[in-house]
Design a protein around this ligand. Sequence first.
Ligand SMILES: [Zn+2]
Length: 132
Amino acid sequence: MEAYPKTTDKPRKRVVNKAAWKRTREKLERYSSPGAPKKPSCKNHCGKTFSCTLLTDREIRQFHDMFYLSRDKLKQDAFILKYTDHCIPKRSRKTTCLRENRAVSVKYYIPTLSHKKVPVCQKTFLGILRIY
Ligand SMILES: [Zn+2]
């Protein structure tokens, strides 16, 4: 009974513009915040090395908002670089990197409200920014 003919073929003018706009929009969507920052769910194991559990809601929110202030991928990348340390093991004995990982190890920081950088674990960092 539902066999009525399709009459939805609208004339397609300005297709190019529309497509370009859609692409721009999709790009923006991709780099905008996917939702509220995830609160760190770290237990004691993070307490010694990281300060995940010490972060306040405001600090978590602030960091998240700062990141999504710009929807530009390059700026977001730069932002991440600013709050991470990429530590390449040196050949000298006095390496600042810790044991096991021979590859580049990354340290993550989150600024407190007093602009102090506190070290957090990767899980917390990525969770707050909602990037995986
Ligand atoms: Zn943690």
